[in-house]
Design a protein around this ligand. Sequence first.
Ligand code: SIN
Ligand code: FE2
Length: 202
Amino acid sequence: MLLPNGIRHLPGYLDRPAQEALVEAIRAVVAEAPLFTPVMPGTGKEMSVRMTNCGSLGWVTDKQHGYRYQPTHPVTGRPWPAMPAQLLDLWRDIAGYETPPEACLVNFYSDDARMGLHQDRDEQDLKAPVLSISLGNTCLFRVGGLNRNDRTLSFKLSSGDIVILGGEGRLCFHGVERIYPATSTLLKNGGRINLTLRRVQP
Ligand code: SIN
Ligand code: FE2
């Protein structure tokens, strides 16, 4: 399968122990910064994923103020927890970008959640890639081009897979069409976690 330029899929990059260690680290993040339900700007419609963040900045959205990065959790008002060392190491090993990521968006998908086609364009620094890590149940990931109506292709992402959206592919539309229940034993209660590491400021 030929992916658009700048988009890389690294299947099975993380072995099982590395996946388990990441889940532990994310549990600690969620204990400090609880998952919240994001809503679309304008319409106020709830998204089906739940989210939190770690790092110095976190991505949030609400009806009034829309998509943005901010240094504090929208519900607790506290700073986001620090980014776990494993994530900084992964970025150093594969992002090919000198400065470290500032934000890690944690998306939790129940088995019936999905994410519509969108671009990641709320970052000021669009030269840095977005590095995405899949944990738990397999999903069907869809990627298109730079215009919403461009042809898309879909492929599965399994636990431990990494996707990099960089270079010419940095602003490609992408989304999650569906989660396949019971395809991984990593998360006891099913579902899928996606982590995306982002550099926000130049
Ligand atoms: C996202 O685009 O923020 C999430 C992608 C994914 O869940 O794989
Ligand atoms: Fe995205």
